[in-house]
Design a protein around this ligand. Structure first.
Ligand SMILES: Cc1cc2nc3c(=O)[nH]c(=O)nc-3n(C[C@H](O)[C@H](O)[C@H](O)COP(=O)(O)OP(=O)(O)OC[C@H]3O[C@@H](n4cnc5c(N)ncnc54)[C@H](O)[C@@H]3O)c2cc1C
Ligand SMILES: NC(=O)C1=CN([C@@H]2O[C@H](COP(=O)(O)OP(=O)(O)OC[C@H]3O[C@@H](n4cnc5c(N)ncnc54)[C@H](OP(=O)(O)O)[C@@H]3O)[C@@H](O)[C@H]2O)C=CC1
Ligand code: HEM
Ligand SMILES: [Cu+2]
Ligand SMILES: [Fe+3]
Length: 499
């Protein structure tokens, strides 16, 4: 299989910082000029969105591009002037590499080109839909290979969107996953990807194509469970608050409190979700420590559920932050509400009628000053955690700094949130008139988990426990803890996590 001399030469130099549009290719008016004829020739079948973006990127990277269309007259105007748009038969005759930017169901319509394509590299860029992926047992690339047995098929570029191709690789995903049964063809396409400014990733033989085709179908994989968890908590807390704040007054006293549905009930729900999520970030660490203490070793695998939970803490934490921010914004809106102004005026009228002049309850004033201040501090600390979770910032911190922010400051945020909630709740948990339908005030429900965590963290600080925990984490093992796994145990312990 022949190589692409010029493309490979530029790629080998590893010069990724060269301008994407080299100067010699750009006219004085900025449009793309004719490419020198010695540039390696690349064919593209199809004239759709992907074909257009690919042609632009290839031309900008110094390739000579021929596009094969069923109707070249109609589509030629959409391509850069440097790309040659012609009929399919003509387009595939000279280039050694041909991209197939056509949907799977139309692959068979290309069969008439089989003779001209023989011996060439076909690049399958297709993405199946979820339904197609489940229906077809054969990947699109393997299907293409079966239609063109005389060609070498390479799967590549499907993980790159037409948009990312057009905008340039610095915008969006840079990795191109590549697989093929033919090493040399894979190498050729890898070097092309590199020349175009992407990072090729070898995924092995064409049998991996199915796996590669499944990647763009995933939607925020590690976020699914945390988001469902947050939504579930939101629904539960909302229903609880609705019953307490709206339904109970309506059924017991025929008071219409439905105006609370859009804002007030939401703002009792949001902080509860944020607070519970935050405690769910720090609970698994405590459980893990307790488990290590009990087992007397760190060399035993945690149960799957705990392992999974430990790995989803980042997402749960960021969702907690999101709900916390919403809660803060809603809280700032509380005094803006019309209902709030009416309440104030009505209270003033009542005061006047009762001939009272000054309303000032020292305890209430202090309580509110403190709980608001704690809330702001908690959110401020949480935003530090959120900022350091950005990869660019996380990479600039060493391991100790990162774990100080995430572990220590995160725990500080949990403490501050707890103080915020306790000072907000004050004595209400013990007053009967705050129990609606025997349901306790919402904040009392949220305090359970954080209190368990804070207590446990306190316990682990006791000298006897903390010394043992430190020893365990350095590799010490209690007598009798399993040191060497027998093959049978090993098979049992093999249920690895995949997140
Ligand atoms: C806004 C926000 C953003 C977040 N962003 C991120 C993020 O970007 N990345 C991220 O990972 N998390 C993130 N989190 C989650 C959370 O902050 C971290 O997971 C944090 O490290 C948890 O602290 P921890 O003390 O509970 O757990 P850890 O410090 O992980 O310790 C938990 C337990 O693991 C065990 N353990 C720890 N170290 C060892 C060791 N060396 N050997 C053996 N066992 C050990 C111990 O049993 C320990 O008790 C975020 C949270 C929030 C709220
Ligand atoms: N758009 C994107 O972001 C991405 C797309 N892809 C993949 O690229 C491929 C093309 O996608 P896209 O460009 O978006 O799709 P379009 O529908 O925009 O383009 C498909 C092209 O296929 C050509 N074609 C050839 N034979 C036939 C036929 N028999 N019937 C209909 N059309 C035919 C047509 O060109 P003509 O009429 O000139 O022959 C048409 O323009 C797909 O496999 C897709 O999965 C992969 C990653 C991202
Ligand atoms: C700028 C930051 C914050 C402000 C201004 C703020 C303000 C408030 C206000 C005004 C209330 C009372 C709501 C009401 O009257 O219904 C409240 C309650 C509450 N806040 Fe915050 N808060 C902030 C941050 C946080 C954070 C970060 C958390 C936790 C992660 C939190 C958790 C709670 C909880 C659990 C309640 C009790 C909800 C209930 O049961 O009614 N707050 N906060
Ligand atoms: Cu998971
Ligand atoms: Fe999983």
């Amino acid at each position: 299989m022949s190589q692409l001399p010029v493309a490979s030469a530029t790629a080998m130099s590893g010069d990724m910082d060269k301008p994407l549009i080299s100067r010699r290719l750009v006219d004085s008016d900025g449009s793309l000029a004719e490419v020198p004829s010695k540039a390696p020739k690349v064919g593209i079948l199809g004239s759709g969105d992907f074909a257009r973006s690919l042609a632009t990127r290839l031309v900008n990277s110094g390739f000579s591009v021929v596009v094969g269309s069923r109707n070249p007259k109609r589509t030629a105007g959409l391509f850069p002037s440097a790309a040659h748009v012609t009929f399919q038969e003509e387009a595939v005759s000279s280039p050694q590499v041909v991209f197939v930017a056509v949907f799977r169901e139309h692959y068979s319509s290309l069969c008439s080109l089989g003779d001209q394509l023989a011996g060439k590299i076909l690049v399958d860029v297709s993405n199946p839909t979820e339904k197609e992926h489940l229906q077809n047992h054969q990947s699109n690339a393997e299907y293409l290979a079966s239609l063109f047995p005389a060609c070498t098929v390479v799967k590549a570029f499907n993980v790159i969107s037409a948009w990312a191709l057009q905008a340039g690789p610095r915008d969006g995903n840079r990795q191109v996953l590549i697989c093929s049964d033919q090493l040399e063809a894979k190498h050729t396409i890898s070097e092309m990807a590199r020349t175009m400014g992407f990072t090729p990733l070898d995924m092995g033989s064409l049998a991996s194509a199915r796996e590669i085709e499944a990647i763009p179908l995933r939607l925020f994989p590690s976020w699914k469970v945390p988001i469902l968890l947050a939504l579930g908590l939101f629904v539960c807390f909302y229903a609880y608050n609705f019953i307490r704040d709206v339904l109970q007054p309506y059924m017991r006293k025929h008071e219409n409190k439905f105006y609370k549905v859009p804002l007030s009930v939401v703002n009792t729900t949001l902080p509860c979700v944020a607070y519970v999520l935050l405690s769910l970030v720090y609970l698994p660490g405590v459980l893990a420590a307790a488990l290590q203490l009990r087992r007397g070793t760190k060399y035993q695998r945690f149960p799957d559920w705990l392992d999974h939970w430990l790995q989803h803490r980042k997402q749960i934490g960021l969702l907690s932050f999101f709900f916390g921010v919403l809660h803060a914004l809603y809280s700032f809106c509380l005094p803006l509400r019309r209902s709030h102004r009416y309440d104030l005026v009505n209270l003033a009228v009542k005061q006047v009628l009762a001939n009272k002049s000054r309303l000032w309850v020292e305890e209430e004033v202090w309580r509110m000053e403190i709980y608001l201040s704690m809330g702001v501090l908690a959110l401020g600390v949480l935003s530090l955690l959120a900022v350091t979770s950005l990869p660019s910032i996380a990479n600039s911190l060493n391991w100790k700094e990162f774990s100080f922010v995430q572990s220590t400051l995160g725990f500080v945020a949990l403490m501050l949130s707890t103080l915020h909630t306790l000072t907000y709740g004050w004595t209400r948990a013990f007053e009967e008139n705050h129990y609606k339908f025997y349901l306790p005030p919402t904040f009392t429900l949220t305090l359970l988990l954080p209190c368990v965590i804070i207590l446990a963290k306190g316990l682990f600080l006791l000298p006897c426990l903390s010394r043992r925990l430190t020893k365990i984490r350095r590799g010490w093992e209690k007598d009798g803890a399993v040191k060497f796994m027998l093959p049978a145990d090993h098979m049992q312990g093999e249920k690895t996590s995949h997140v």
